[in-house]
Design a protein around this ligand. Sequence first.
Ligand code: ATP
Length: 340
Amino acid sequence: MSTAPSGPETHQVALIPGDGIGPEVTGAALQVLEAAGVSIRWEEVEAGAEVVQKHGSPVPDRALTAIRGSGVALKGPIGTPIGEGFRSANVTLRQSLDLYASVRPVKNIPGVPCRYQDVDLVVVRENTEGLYSGLEHRVAPGIVESLKIVTERASLRIAACAFELAEREGRPEVCTVHKANIMKLSDGLFLECARRVAREHPDIVHREIIIDNCAMQLVRDPSRFSVLLLENLYGDILSDLCAGLVGGLGVVPGANLGDDCAVFEAVHGSAPDIAGKRVANPTALILSSVMMLRHLGESAAADAIENAVHSVLADEKNHTADIGGTATLDGVTAAITERL
Ligand code: ATP
């Protein structure tokens, strides 16, 4: 994992506003970070479906260079142009920077309506291979093939990430989610690597669960889970499911971590249906910037923002439409900055 400097200083951070609601929610996060008094020099770069015409790619080299240069980025959601010819912009970014670990903490926020209480888990998803390797071809008319790539190297490092996170956060267990009963070689290797890493962490319980059973157990009682370790596709699907357990995509933050770079972004996409209306919930991206501050060693500012978000969302008049209210993005953002 990339390490970060600590202490009072100006941090250099790349900023990708992104597509759809991206510029709105990143704008909100910037206001909140400024109100918290953190000194950040932003290098704004473009990426996403809307810049393809200009740069010929949804992930221009300039964006990659900026992130490599600072080692840290805050990113709004980016889309991929529809149709053939472009790989997913998010997958390209994660593979280019080798951001192999997607870490998504899923926790109740007091006052945010949802079906479950006592949810406090972290989804740790392998981010660079599996079925998202982009290796697909037409075998014959009417027959296509998608390749699921699983390597020992990637499986061992994501398992290490999950167990080390459990140790760091005092979490009692890691649960590896798989379908090795059917995909004996690919998921079998992922599971075997998790078992090998588990043996190096005897204080952490290692549980194994088949993905379909895991989906059912999560909706019955999510409090039974603490750290979920998953390959790419399963992690993509279950992290949206887990977001739904605590109020939806508008409130769950995330980080994509590699050895050299870290990119912080919400779980949600560009939400084209509400883009430009200034009704998006900025909470997920604001909490992603809280994760970023902790990574930068700014834990006091991180705590201050998290507390402000919690106290603002405790009052339902600050709830946006996605969590059942009528507040606007600007209204919630102003309430948080005032609280700071
Ligand atoms: P992607 O493929 O990029 O994940 P998607 O359309 O499948 O895109 P989202 O863009 O995350 O997924 O949107 C899913 C639904 O959640 C949409 O109805 C969207 O309006 C809603 N949504 C997502 N993020 C937010 C947010 N921050 N605030 C309010 N609603 C949101």
